[in-house]
Design a protein around this ligand. Structure first.
Ligand code: GLA
Length: 388
């Protein structure tokens, strides 16, 4: 990345002059070991920030304008502070503008700024490339304006950017992981209280292999919002009898049997997955702490099956990749990761078997699906930071 940072700085001087040197912020993408679609149900998640990240070179301007450039796309965008609102279809400026707008919403006087963005988090791969940009922006503006916001407050602002400027009613996981990540650790996050614990994740001879389907089906964000509503409906039905239940975190399968299943079998199945997944994460996290990685791996496969059959957020490409590795002894656990309908599978694989696995699965997938298969070995790195 050293070279990229150098070219980012050079481009910045070329575009905006040299009178104000930018700061450079790095904000990573994330993986999630287990606990999917549990964040907006107030459950737990187990994510980690990775070595792929968004980089932003940014400095204040003397006027009230925002000048942006997406280095990798060679596109620019300009807007006045007073006109701040979502632009067009979801395009890259929205993640930055949405994050900047959160300062105005907090009645913090926002100033004009110049920013260049570059990212090696693959887009649409389920690695939270958008959260990385939102978090980089909030973190950078906080630094430039010296607003001294605490990290969790910045996480919440970045999440709001996604809600308001990208229209995805996401939970807190992606932004939290990007900002709060810690090298060689996963974060066990309680999405209700936002209490968290770092759990060591350095496994001897095992690596995190991400297999990218290279597909993002168009229903991803609308289906995401629908799932959220389905979960809320289940809670509303339970609440009529148990006012103490505020989210599926508080629900049991017995409650679903009694109050949800008789009303709607589909909503029952969706919410049952969530109740099971919250419990599965708790046990999986204990497996990890005990060093029983095989038990955790089995739960990852179970999560995949639930996401595919009960929560219905998988797709044939993701299912193909998970089914392919299921019988392979070198693969400890695998599942689709993130919101679904495309993106990556996460695989815990014995390091010395990775080359062989890739050599088998890549041509098979490409032949069967007619799409390229790309792969990354992810290492767990620190969360958002100012690097220069
Ligand atoms: C997306 C959302 C997250 C989370 C996951 C599913 O990544 O942004 O908040 O809900 O999907 O676990």
């Amino acid at each position: 990345m050293e070279n990229n940072i150098k070219s980012l700085k050079e481009e910045f001087s070329k575009l905006f002059g040299t009178n104000r040197q930018p700061i450079i912020v790095r904000s990573p993408g994330r993986v999630n070991i287990i606990g999917e679609h549990t964040d907006y149900n107030n459950g737990f998640v187990l994510p980690a920030s990775i070595d792929k990240a968004a980089y932003m070179a940014i400095s204040l301007r003397d006027d009230d304008e925002i000048h942006l450039m997406a280095f990798d796309l060679n596109e620019t965008f300009t807007i006045a502070l007073k006109d701040l609102k979502p632009v067009g279809d979801i395009s890259w400026p929205n993640y930055i503008l949405g994050a900047a707008a959160q300062f105005q919403k907090k009645n913090i006087t926002l100033k004009g700024f110049n920013a260049i963005l570059s990212s090696d988090v693959p887009m649409g791969a389920g690695l939270s490339s958008s959260a990385a940009v939102e978090c980089a922006t909030v973190f950078a503006i906080n630094e430039l304006l010296q607003t001294n916001l605490d990290k969790v407050e910045m996480v919440l602002m970045a999440q709001k950017a996604e809600h308001e400027y990208a229209g995805v009613m996401c939970g807190i996981m992606d932004q939290f992981a990007s900002v709060m990540g810690k090298r060689d650790h996963v974060i066990k996050l309680d999405c209700r209280s936002l209490e968290y614990e770092y759990v060591p994740f350095k496994l001897d001879g095992i690596k995190i292999l991400l297999l990218n389907t290279n597909v993002k089906h168009s229903l991803a964000s609308s289906a995401y919002n629908t799932r959220r509503q389905e979960c809320e409906q289940a809670v509303a039905w339970i609440k009529e009898h148990h006012p103490e239940v505020h989210s599926l975190r508080d629900a049991t399968e017995a409650m679903l049997d009694e109050y949800v299943l008789p009303k709607d079998a589909l909503i029952d199945m969706r919410s049952r997955f969530i109740v099971q997944e919250i419990a599965r994460l708790q046990q999986g996290c204990e497996d990890l702490k005990k060093g029983d990685i095989n038990a955790l791996g089995k739960k990852m496969f179970a999560t995949h099956d639930g996401l595919s059959k009960m929560y219905a957020v998988s797709c044939k490409e993701l299912d193909y990749l998970v089914d392919f590795v299921r019988k392979n002894d070198a693969v400890i656990g695998a599942r689709m990761m993130g919101g679904g309908f495309g993106g990556c599978t996460i695989n815990l694989v014995k390091e010395d078997a990775i080359d062989e696995l890739v050599a088998l699965i890549k041509p098979a997938y490409e032949k069967e699906m007619g799409l390229p298969l790309t792969y990354y070995i992810a290492s767990i790195e620190n969360g958002t930071e100012i690097i220069s």
